[in-house]
Design a protein around this ligand. Structure first.
Ligand code: SF4
Length: 88
């Protein structure tokens, strides 16, 4: 498991902590605005997926779970986390 990858069992815990969930058929992404340090590594490395000028600011339409995970593992604060869906 990589730095910001989480097991399925953590879903409810993360939601209770204030994380919001976003998903596509390959991956579930979690983001917590209270933890985000606005370091911009997500936006800088994948501006199509992470765009602060758009609502929702995280849009997973055009990205694979594997690539999303690579970018999320760069997040220094832990504000972004993810879980690859089974078989992906
Ligand atoms: S990389 Fe993490 S801490 Fe930085 S802006 Fe994105 S979510 Fe926030």
């Amino acid at each position: 498991m990589r730095p910001n990858e989480i097991p399925e069992i953590a879903h409810t815990e993360l939601i209770n902590e204030g994380y919001k969930a976003y998903e596509n058929e390959e991956v579930v992404v979690y983001w917590n605005p209270k933890i985000c340090e606005h370091a911009g590594l997500c936006v800088g490395n994948d501006p199509e997926t992470f765009d602060v000028n758009r609502r929702p600011w995280i849009k997973l339409d055009n990205q694979t779970g594997e690539n999303i995970g690579k970018v999320i593992n760069l997040c220094p604060s832990g504000a972004l986390k993810y879980r690859l869906k089974e078989g992906k």
